[in-house]
Design a protein around this ligand. Structure first.
Ligand SMILES: [Zn+2]
Length: 146
């Protein structure tokens, strides 16, 4: 089901050139701000606003996909801690922010939203390298997003 007022459903966000791959129920993207290296967004393909609106089976599958991506990010970026954010206040379409918090984190006790910083947009070559590395690590299909 597509919600036409939703920027995920209409394909306006996350950015298409940051697409990592299809995880099953979700699609993974490198987040456009890489100040926190490895920040990844996992979006549900279907427009659903709350976990409790999913079937028990779908919710279980979703959590397995979240877990797979989070564990892979933790390994690739040698995270000290993983952060899982499922908010939806601005975009009420289930999407997880999965954020490796590294040893070099400037403020590890705070959620990323509370850490003041200049957004880091990767140059095209570094983005391509990160996408390639994460696709290989995640072992996900790199089909173009629909
Ligand atoms: Zn949506």
């Amino acid at each position: 089901m597509i919600e036409h007022s939703c920027k995920i459903c209409v394909g306006a966000w996350p950015l298409k050139d940051h697409f990592l791959g299809d995880c099953g129920l979700t699609k993974a993207y490198v987040f456009e701000d890489q100040f926190f290296a490895g920040w990844t967004v996992l979006v549900l393909k279907e427009h659903v606003s709350e976990l409790f609106k999913l079937s028990r089976v779908a919710r279980g599958m979703l959590m397995e996909e979240v877990n797979h991506v989070a564990e892979t990010l933790a390994q690739v970026f040698d995270a000290k801690k993983m952060n899982y954010e499922l908010l939806g206040n601005q975009v009420p379409h289930i999407h997880w922010h999965l954020i490796p918090r590294l040893k070099t984190d400037p403020d590890p006790l705070k959620p990323v939203w509370c850490v003041s910083h200049e957004p880091v947009r990767l140059p095209a070559d570094q983005l391509a390298e990160r996408v390639t590395r994460l696709r290989a690590a995640l072992r996900i299909h790199a089909n173009e997003p629909v």
